[in-house]
Write a protein that binds this ligand. Structure first.
Ligand code: SF4
Ligand code: SF4
Length: 121
């Protein structure tokens, strides 16, 4: 039985990759993660277009902040075309692991003029 496993393994060949020693190739339809540009965001002027299309509430209002929470984001990309200001784009990152949940959040403070990044990435 064990000899059969060895033969099967030799026939299968190597199935692992060199990641993280080498970058992992991304599939052609890979969308990546949404990135919010706080300088372009018009949330301070009342825009809520991205919040309206984000089904898992990854983009939401929390007090005086517009929050982008990668812990809830499903990387669907629907928020990007919904943004009238071009403040959201998809970037092909896949290394999203963090040691603190708070690091999964990006917040844009609402107020006069454009928002600014206040925490997170
Ligand atoms: S990519 Fe999808 S889930 Fe993530 S913030 Fe945008 S709309 Fe929400
Ligand atoms: S990210 Fe775009 S859609 Fe969302 S509040 Fe800012 S300007 Fe509006």
């Amino acid at each position: 039985m064990q000899l059969g496993w060895i033969v099967k393994g030799l026939r299968t060949g190597r199935v692992t990759t060199r990641y993280p020693a080498a970058p992992e190739p991304q599939p052609g339809l890979w969308r990546g993660r949404p990135v919010l540009d706080p300088r372009a965001c018009r949330a301070a002027d009342g825009c809520r277009a991205c919040v309206a299309v984000c089904l898992p509430d990854a983009l939401r209002l929390e007090g005086d902040n517009l929050v982008l929470d990668y812990g809830r984001c499903v990387m669907c990309g629907l928020c990007v075309p919904a943004c009238p200001a071009g403040a959201l784009r998809m970037e092909p990152d896949y290394e999203l692991a963090v040691t603190r949940p708070a690091d999964l959040r990006v917040a844009v403070r609402l107020g006069s003029g454009n928002g600014r990044e206040s925490d997170g990435r």
